[in-house]
Design a protein around this ligand. Structure first.
Ligand code: FES
Length: 317
């Protein structure tokens, strides 16, 4: 009988959380081995915002032929969202896993959920030890906290939202984010043209992974790595919406809302912005500052700026 353990947490846009969970898994494996002589494989996953989804980890357990898998929610303080969504994600995976093994060797492992770490009595004990333990003086400079970089709105032509919510993560958003990063590093447009933000759930989860391109208000659905390449080449670089990859939507306006065209007409010199807002993407691009100038104007290197949108100021410091 083979048994595996998956520690699952939430990255919330912080890559360091994944590394920390991996480190915890290694230490747990050492302890289980040394004290209990349990030789179990321990993997890690993130419910959302991570590089490795819970589905990826459970697929790994299936491939390695595990009979039993214990999923341990690891989040402090208690995160009920993690607990309830972990259960839902496992239920979804179990159905998909059954389809994967149908007719093939093996069976879907029995996947169970452990009590959340946050609810253990030992956690309070650990906090007592910390409160009673050594502390350090704060010697950091406040400069990085209020760096001028954090006032820069940027001049990006497009703002791309990549949903990293729990369902999109299950549907493959980690691979989508990877592919987008690779395209922006090596492709026809880069981070000085495109601002990328990983988001939580954008609502139409069943159509995930979701990628939204603003200001064009184009919602790409069921996106995979190939789709990302087309979105970058055709839409972000070429100015042509990839019609077969997007799902059209209608926008509702508030009763008091001034129609966009009227608003523009009232605040802009005659015609100028109104025209811009109605232009197709390729013309709209042409009206913005050329890439080279935009880059020079920016006080933050593109990678740094991108990184700043993907994580917290503290992590970039
Ligand atoms: S998780 Fe992506 S739309 Fe809900």
């Amino acid at each position: 009988m083979s048994r595996e353990i998956v520690l699952v947490g939430r990255a919330l846009g912080a890559p360091s959380a994944e590394r920390a969970l991996g480190d915890l898994a290694s230490r747990l494996a050492e302890r289980l081995n040394a004290q209990l002589h349990l030789d179990v494989r321990i993997d890690t996953a993130m419910l959302d915002h991570g590089e490795r989804s819970l589905h990826d980890a459970l697929d790994g357990c299936l491939d390695s032929g595990a009979d039993h898998v214990l999923v341990v929610p690891v989040q402090i303080p208690r995160d009920r969202y993690l607990e309830t969504w972990t259960a839902k994600a496992i239920a979804h995976w179990r159905e998909r896993g059954a389809a994967r093994v149908a007719g093939a060797r093996g069976a879907v492992p029995d996947v169970r959920i452990a009590a959340p770490v946050s609810q253990t009595a030992e956690l309070v004990q650990a906090l007592c030890a910390v409160v009673d333990g050594p502390s350090r003086a704060v010697t950091e400079s406040p400069e990085s906290f209020r760096s001028p970089s954090w006032s820069d709105l940027g001049e990006h032509r497009h703002h791309v939202l990549v949903c990293r919510g729990p369902r999109c993560s299950s549907h493959g958003s980690p691979a989508v984010a990877d592919a987008l990063g690779a395209c922006l590093r090596d492709g026809p447009v880069g981070y000085d043209d495109v601002l990328v933000t990983n988001t939580g759930c954008l609502v139409p989860c069943n159509l995930g992974p979701i990628v939204v391109v603003q200001p064009d208000d184009v919602w790409y659905t069921s996106v995979d790595a190939d789709a990302v390449r087309r979105i970058v080449d055709d839409h972000l670089a070429g100015g042509r919406v990839v019609e077969d990859l997007c799902t059209p939507r209608s926008r509702r306006s508030a009763p008091h809302e001034t129609p966009v065209e009227e608003h523009h007409a009232s605040v802009e010199p005659p015609g100028q912005r109104h025209q811009a807002s109605m232009r197709p993407p390729e013309q709209h691009q042409a009206s913005t500052v050329p890439t080279g100038q935009r880059h020079q104007a920016s006080t933050v290197p593109p990678e740094q700026h991108h990184a700043s949108m993907m994580s917290t100021p503290q992590e970039n410091a």
